[in-house]
Design a protein around this ligand. Structure first.
Ligand code: AHR
Length: 328
């Protein structure tokens, strides 16, 4: 066990002992909120700062709901949650505030991959463990975070490519990219470019939002009148694309096929309604797993460096029952 871990475990044990002593003196029960969780903070409660990158998509809303449901007082957490509105500078400020507040752990979903060196070094110097969520970072800081949890975006891209090769091998593709420089965009795009590069007739970013997906598609319909497929890096942009395609007098799913990522309720409904052709899931509901990792990291327990949330994929045979039964 390293020095930092030892410090945190000792601090946690002292705090837990103090809480039990206090409960005994006041005749209280040792099962109170204060003694649950076994964390590193005062009274056994784990103080966590979570910097969410934004609220740009249905996926993000589901992820945020899952995080908030997992990091409750009842479960032993004192959560400070900050929405960065898709701005890296807001995330860096939030992380610095968490460091100043002396939280037990920082969790964050980085909006883009690069530009985190300084703030990650600051968290490291303050001996505050970082749990990286959803997207990954590229940094020169050594051992910059305790653990990462999220989906395998490269594998998601490969799954989309396999379906396209089998079902629409001669498609002329317009690629609707997510936020440029985010690992979700970079990693999904890699296999698409590598395997289908010669079929890609154009690309533009819709920043993972429905409005920007619609605007980018409107422009693409003008610029690339021969397109027969849109590969959209998320459902929200693809839902915006549907509106643009219909406004142009074309039929989404038929005149222009749509392959998308996420599997949010509205996206899967569009698939069932034959407006989308294929959806690769990106499951956002893993707040409990993040919370579990945070507790382990704060307690000094060993954790895997990388935890991958499993994803499925759906075609137009999806049933209404499957859609209705989904959590997001
Ligand atoms: O990082 C995950 C991606 O971010 C999701 O695919 C997208 O909907 C979200 O905005």
């Amino acid at each position: 066990m390293n020095t930092t871990r030892t410090r945190r475990v000792v601090a946690g044990a002292v705090a837990a002992l103090a809480a039990v002593t206090l409960a005994a003196c006041s005749g209280g029960s040792s099962g109170s909120d204060d003694t649950k969780g076994g964390g590193g903070g005062a009274g056994g409660t784990v103080k966590v700062g979570f910097s969410q990158l934004g609220a740009e998509s249905g996926w993000r809303t589901a992820n945020t709901d899952s995080v908030k449901a997992a990091f409750t007082k009842d479960k032993g957490f004192d959560l400070t949650f900050v929405d960065a509105q898709q701005k890296q500078e807001n995330q860096i400020k939030a992380i610095r505030d968490f460091i100043d507040q002396g939280v037990d752990a920082i969790a964050f979903s980085p909006v883009v991959e690069t530009g985190w060196d300084e703030v990650l070094q600051e968290a490291k110097d303050a001996e505050i463990p970082v749990v990286l969520v959803d997207r990954t970072v590229k940094t020169s800081v050594s051992d910059p975070y305790a653990t990462y949890i999220g989906n395998d975006f490269t594998k998601e891209g490969e799954t989309a490519v396999a379906w396209i090769k089998k079902n629409a091998a001669d498609a002329k593709i317009f690629e609707l990219q997510g936020t440029l420089g985010s690992s979700a965009q970079v990693d999904r795009e890699k296999p698409v470019d590598a395997e289908l590069g010669s079929q890609i007739i154009g690309k533009a970013s819709g920043n993972f939002t429905r409005a920007e997906g619609k605007a980018a598609t409107e422009a693409a319909l003008q610029a690339y009148p021969d397109m027969t497929m849109i590969v959209s890096h998320n459902d929200d942009m693809a839902l915006g694309a549907i509106e643009a395609i219909q406004a142009a007098g074309k039929k989404p799913g038929t005149d222009i096929k749509i392959v998308s990522f996420d599997g949010v309720h509205d996206g899967l409904q569009a698939l069932h309604d034959k407006k989308f052709n294929y959806v690769v899931e990106c499951n956002p509901v893993y707040g409990d797993q993040i919370a579990d990792l945070v507790k382990k990291v704060v307690s000094g327990d060993d954790v895997p460096k990388r935890t991958i949330v499993p994803d499925e994929a759906f075609d137009q045979t999806i049933t209404q029952e499957t859609i209705d039964a989904r959590k997001y």
